[in-house]
Ligand binder design. Structure first.
Ligand code: NI
Length: 135
């Protein structure tokens, strides 16, 4: 069984690789290369897989999952600058791909048990763009 919880956060970022030329950065990252940052309203969907607990009828307590996501990642990401403010994104170009991997690394050990495992991180950056990471 797979269960998912959605959380949202709003954050600013700028995508820029200092090892590339200005022209290459703009060609690669387009609007996300804007010098003075810009924002996105992100949606984070975390999926956990496991067996249904016979006592509770649940795979994982979704309220507990929500609280865990808020305390470990959302509180650090929401209304922050992803290039400057977030300890677990330090020295990472904050693309959706890199943010998804970093979130996985922050929460995996807190979710996995002998009964259930983190299955997927889905990070929606815009209406049309999202990434999915399976570890
Ligand atoms: Ni952007």
């Amino acid at each position: 069984m797979y269960i998912s919880r959605r959380e949202r956060f709003s954050a600013a970022h700028k995508l820029w690789n200092p090892e590339l030329s200005d022209e290459r950065n703009v060609a690669l990252y387009d609007k996300c290369a804007n010098a003075n940052f810009h924002g996105h309203n992100y949606e984070l969907i975390v999926t956990v897989k496991g067996e249904i607990d016979k006592n509770t009828g649940c795979v994982f307590d979704l309220k507990q999952l929500s609280n865990l996501l808020k305390s470990t990642v959302i509180s650090k990401l929401d209304h922050k600058n992803l290039n400057l403010d977030v300890d677990f994104l330090e020295d990472i170009i904050p693309t959706a791909e890199n943010i998804a991997v970093a979130i996985w690394n922050e929460i995996e050990a807190k979710i996995n048990s002998n009964r259930c495992q983190l299955h997927k991180i889905k990070l929606i950056e815009t209406e049309n763009n999202y990434v999915e990471y399976y570890g």
